[in-house]
Design a protein. Sequence first.
Length: 296
Amino acid sequence: MDWQDQLIAVYLFVCKEYAQELGHYITRLSNHSNLEFSDEEVITIYLFGVMSGHSRVKSIYGYIARHLKNWFPALPSYVAFIQRLNKVSHLFELLVSKLVASFGAYHQELPLLMDSLPIILAHRGRRFKACVARQIASSNGYCATKKLHYYGVKLHFVGKYKVGSLPLPVILGTTEAGRGDIKVLEAIQPDIPENSRLFADKAYQTGNELVANKEAFTLFTPVKKQKGQNMLDSADRLLSSTISSVRQPVESFFNWIEEKTKIQIASKVRSFEGLMVHIYGKLAAAFFILQSSFCS
């Protein structure tokens, strides 16, 4: 698909969803709203900009203004564009839900994979001074992979295993950075399909159970070393290695999302609405790419 076909496909998808549902969530309080430049165009520009490799709103706007002004003749000033984008920020989460639903139903014979990704607004000493998006962000986040304390949020992901491919999303959500993964798992437990096999890392483990039978699903996690234990026995190492290999695609999924959208660093975000655009707008763009390859 060349860029023109991709742009048209995104616009038609957005128009369809806007007409069916998204438009019902927009309230206009002014009789002087500029409707020459539509909400559908605002959303399309952001999605297409991210899909074209631009991770910041300023870069997206500049790209459209320089190269695609003929496609969007009523494109407003940069400041006005930012204001319009923030006004439709809540629609991106709905778009993500629509795209997740398009990947089809979960089949019980396939494992589910769960993990979380930090979205970093500020880190190290700057995290104590940060105050953006206090409605959801917190300063007590810790990324064990990067050994980094940060201010921001966590993106939680549950996806269905797909042989030879990235896992397809089933459940998505955001919490404050300090929310424990075990608490998140407990909160979403009613949404996990019954009789599922869920593979996760050690952060989701209660006690030292490799295999935990929950009410609706079975949880598989690698074994933790006991206090003072230097090495696992051979049976534990083999089982942990097997569980880790099953859940490895979720790490590839996060790496792919980061490569396509640069979602993990949100240091340029200046508002709660901007953070929602940053997270769910980029997820929507990535899922549109994933949907195109999934359906082809």
